[in-house]
Structure formats: C-alpha cells, structure tokens
Design a protein around this ligand. Structure first.
Ligand code: 13P
Length: 250
C-alpha cells in the first residue's frame, strides 16, 4: 500500500520569525496520522530553525530546490550536502516555477535528481503541462518528455522511494483545480510511464502527488482517486489550519 504524502511548499514566503510561528502552529494543531506522511518545505533561510523545531515529530523536512554540483564557484547555489547538514530528507526538484521563471531544463532536473539520490535525499520530482500545451493536445507528450528526460540514466533501484508530483501549471496559484477525473487520468498515465520505464512494482509503489490549488475543500475528492497519493500544496499550506485540514481530509 502506498502511503499518502501531503507536502507544503512554502515557496518564497515567510522570513525566519514567520517560519518559526507557522511551524509551531502546525505542530500544535496537526493530528498525527499513521497513513499520511506530512512534509514541509520552507525557504532555505528557515530550514535550519524549522529542522530543530521538528525534532521528535513525524513531520519531514524538504528544500524547494538545490544545485547539481557538490561545491565551488556557483554563487547563490545550495548543494545537496548543505541541505542534508540542516536536516533535510527531501528536495522538490523541477517545480514548474523553476522551469518557467528560472529556465531550468529537463536536463538540469535530471542532474539534480541524480545528485539528490546520490546524497540520499528523496526527490519530489515535479512535472506538469501548461494550459497552452493541454489545449493543443500535447499534454501527454510533454509529460512523457519530462519524465523520460528527468529520469534518464537513473536505475530502478535508485529511483525507488522517490516521489513524483503532477502539477498542471494552469492550476498552480490560479484557484483553478484540475477536476479529480482530469488529475486521475494524468496520474494513471504517469504510473504507466513508470511501469514502462522501470517495472510494475516500482510503478505501484511510487507515490504520485497532485499539486495545483489544493484546498481543504477539494483535498479529499482529489486524494480519493485511485492513483492520487497525496498533495503538494502551495497557497493553502501557509495557514496552519488549512494545511492541517488538508492533512485531515487526505
Ligand atoms: P498552489 O497550491 O498555490 O496552487 O501551488 C501549488 C504548488 O505549486 C505546490 O508546489
């Protein structure tokens, strides 16, 4: 049985004090569930402090990005080792905001996934199509390319345990959620791609989260779909009560 995973991507929100307040509130109101893993992804500057406040809890810590290099002259970049050193276990890679606003390519994402795995960080590998691509009937082609190029040269053994997140770009931050049927269709498609690339076992064991305007009101219907194993939440994770309610409804 795949475990459901609900992750909160704080994006570029919350300075250090705000991060501390939010994580304390989340800890206070979140009800631990055996069947749902909860992860938070604060900005880099808050990772260390949030990590300390998460000690002794079941909540996992994720970064929102990282560099594929180990160290050196890469101004502004953060390495996998640095993330590990502040207690990260997960890292979001290939988020559509990284791809569209910062020009990350499938090749960059591939290098990052390889580096994350080699440093024992669990990647949360994001894929998703734009509205234009969907309307032009290219959705499956785009996702297939993101998956194939993103996972190029990565073995089944290395990829097992990694998380995939389907985030249709048109649903991110727009309030326009994919319908449960639309999301389920793509999740099943991704699971089938994983089966083709690897094996039925890997495909059946891989958690595929949905992201894009997930709220407490739509979480249970989305996550109730056969191939939807949780959520990657943006806006609605910035308030402790709505994040906790999404976890509750998962
Ligand atoms: P929203 O929930 O704000 O649409 O963001 C989704 C997302 O991008 C999570 O990574």
């Amino acid at each position: 049985m795949r475990k459901k995973i609900v992750a909160g991507n704080w994006k570029m929100n919350n300075d250090l004090n705000e991060s501390i307040s939010l994580i304390n509130e989340i800890k206070e109101i979140l009800v631990d569930r055996d069947d749902v893993k909860v992860i938070v992804a604060p900005p880099f500057t808050s990772l260390d402090s949030v990590s300390q406040l998460l000690r002794g809890t079941e909540i996992g810590l994720s970064a929102q990005n990282m560099c594929y290099e180990d160290s050196g002259a890469f101004t502004g970049a953060v390495s996998a080792k640095m993330l590990k050193s502040v207690g990260c276990e997960y890292v979001i890679l290939g988020h559509s905001e990284r791809r569209t606003l910062f020009g990350e390519t499938n090749g960059d994402v591939n290098k990052k996934i390889k580096k994350a795995i080699s440093e024992s960080l669990i990647p949360i590998f994001c894929v998703g199509e734009t509205l234009e691509e969907r309307e032009a009937g290219k959705m499956k082609k785009v996702i297939k390319k993101q998956i194939k190029k993103g996972l190029k040269g990565i073995s089944e053994e290395d990829f097992s345990g990694a998380i995939v997140a389907y985030e249709p770009v048109w649903a991110i931050g727009t309030g326009k959620t994919a319908t449960p049927e639309q999301a389920q269709e793509v999740h099943a498609f991704i699971r089938n791609l994983l089966k083709e690339l690897y094996s039925e076992t890997l495909a059946e064991n891989t958690t595929i989260q949905y992201g894009g305007s997930v709220k407490p009101e739509n979480a249970s219907e989305l996550i109730g779909q056969k191939d939807i194993d949780g959520a990657l939440v943006g806006g609605a994770c910035l308030k402790a009560d709505s994040f906790a309610n999404i976890v509750k409804n998962a």
